[in-house]
Design a protein around this ligand. Structure first.
Ligand code: TYD
Length: 147
């Protein structure tokens, strides 16, 4: 991730964790709801064992959910799309996460096999909050803009 990264996509943002380096005894990273993370955290999930380097995950948007995504180890590429603007972000720094707010189409790919992804989410799992069809996503973003 470039240190000069600027998020241009709506409902996204850079989340910088507090970090204590105790080299060579490890690094400590801290995420607190309402401080570094701009929402209350109600769910945490993580993804590992990304053995298929052609894997593509995500390919959906959420209507209401707020999420913060981190790459704890290895790297991957995150694509975010608000229906008008898209951005491609190399996720390779555990101290820097990305806010994926409502109505952001997101896709993850290019995983290294040691990649570990952590996601903090603002709500419990709710299938009805997902938009899995890109045409439907564009319809809903256009409708929201013209409302
Ligand atoms: P999905 O959100 O599509 O994963 P990704 O965006 O990483 O590709 O979820 C994959 C499957 O896991 C899907 O069947 C729903 C289920 N799931 C839950 O049951 N609870 C959860 O909190 C999450 C994130 C997924």
């Amino acid at each position: 991730m470039s240190p000069r990264l600027k998020l241009r996509v709506r409902n996204s943002g850079l989340i910088r964790l507090q970090r204590f380096s105790d080299s060579p005894d490890g690094n400590l990273f801290i995420a607190e709801a309402g401080k570094q993370v701009p929402f209350e955290i109600k769910r945490i999930y993580f993804i590992n064992s990304l053995a298929n380097k052609n894997a593509v995950r995500g390919k959906h948007a959420h209507r209401r959910l707020e999420q913060a995504i981190f790459c704890l180890n290895g790297s991957f590429t995150l694509y975010i799309d608000d229906g008008r603007t898209t951005q491609r972000i190399l996720m390779n720094d555990p101290a820097c996460g990305i806010r994926i707010g409502p109505m952001l189409w997101h896709t993850m790919s290019g995983f290294t096999c040691d990649c570990v992804i952590l996601v903090l989410a603002s709500a419990w799992f709710e299938p009805a909050d997902y938009i899995r069809d890109y045409a439907e996503f564009l319809r809903e973003t256009r409708a929201a803009r013209s409302a």
